[in-house]
Design a protein around this ligand. Structure first.
Ligand code: HEC
Ligand code: HEC
Length: 238
């Protein structure tokens, strides 16, 4: 190759990569307001960000790719845990996370600061960052569910019933609560296809249903749950 050809390749390659990089950077900046729902970025969200800094949450947690890798990523924490669970973890980490090998400190965060932190985490969880981080993608099995399946050799359906806290409302054997029908009883009157559809949208099948929708579960996950429930039919207690 002549020296002239080598120079040409260098300059064309460098300049076209630079143009592509600048163009994509400009395009990303142009879409920031829409991707982040800037219209919902109000004073409460900002106050939450300030509290996040005041208590150095970033010293242990990552959020939007920034922070330390000691504790779980908080980008999608609002969607993963829900509001009540987040409040509880910030207010009493020493109780809620007592069983964990790693510790979150009790920082005596004031109740109004917890409200603002929730506002902040809710806003962040709504940012469209193309299904990132992958561990919180709605199309994936939760890490905790995968641990249950692996660790206890549980059926996927049973693991999901445990992980999604169905027994906080339903009874199964000697366990659970009685806000909804007992699983063994449901097993005698419904088939797996019905339950699979019901879990995605209870209201559509039973108007006025109090039962929360589990549309975040994939169809095959809902079918696993349905098969687990219908497998209980022969153990039904009248
Ligand atoms: C010294 C480190 C540390 C600091 C500072 C800290 N955390 Fe944590 N946090 C943890 C650890 C460790 C866990 C996870 C415990 C476990 O489940 O293993 C956790 C868990 C959480 C969870 C639950 C996450 C999940 O997916 O289960 C939330 C929400 C949370 N922290 C919010 C906060 C907020 C908000 C702040 C700041 C006010 C904060 N944390 C400050 C260490 C910390
Ligand atoms: C917050 C309480 C609550 C939780 C959590 C809950 N359920 Fe329900 N569920 C109910 C109630 C109450 C009903 C009774 C029907 C109604 O009003 O919707 C019901 C009804 C059902 C039915 C239909 C019963 C029938 O024959 O009409 C199925 C199936 C069911 N739940 C499965 C589940 C599964 C699986 C989970 C966990 C993934 C779950 N539920 C979590 C409260 C709950």
């Amino acid at each position: 190759m002549s020296q002239r050809a080598a120079k040409l390749i260098f300059w064309v390659g460098t300049l076209s990569s630079l143009a592509l990089f600048l163009g994509m950077t400009w395009d990303t900046h142009r879409s920031f307001a829409a991707l982040t729902h800037a219209d919902r970025l109000d004073a409460n969200v900002v106050a939450g960000k300030r509290a996040f800094e005041k208590y150095n949450c970033n010293d242990c947690h990552t959020i939007l790719g920034f922070g330390a890798y000691y504790a779980p990523d908080l980008t999608r924490a609002y969607k993963r845990l829900g509001e009540d669970a987040i409040r509880l973890r910030i207010a009493s980490p020493e109780k809620v996370l007592a069983g964990s090998y790693r510790k979150m400190p009790q920082q005596h965060v004031k109740p109004e600061e917890i409200d603002r932190l929730v506002d902040f985490l809710r806003w962040v969880s709504d940012i469209d960052n193309h299904d990132w981080p992958p561990q919180d993608s709605a199309t994936r099995w939760k890490a905790a569910t995968r641990r249950l399946i692996g660790g206890a050799a549980m059926s996927p359906g049973a693991a999901l019933v445990a992980q999604e806290n169905c027994l906080s409302c339903h009874a199964l054997g000697d366990a659970g609560e009685h806000r909804g029908p007992r699983f063994e009883y449901i097993a005698t009157r419904r088939d797996a296809a019905w339950i699979t559809r019901y879990l995605a949208d209870p209201e559509a099948m039973t108007p006025g249903a109090v039962m929360p929708a589990f549309g975040t579960l994939s169809e095959s996950q809902r079918r696993s749950v349905a098969e687990f429930i219908t497998s209980l039919a022969d153990r039904s207690t009248p």
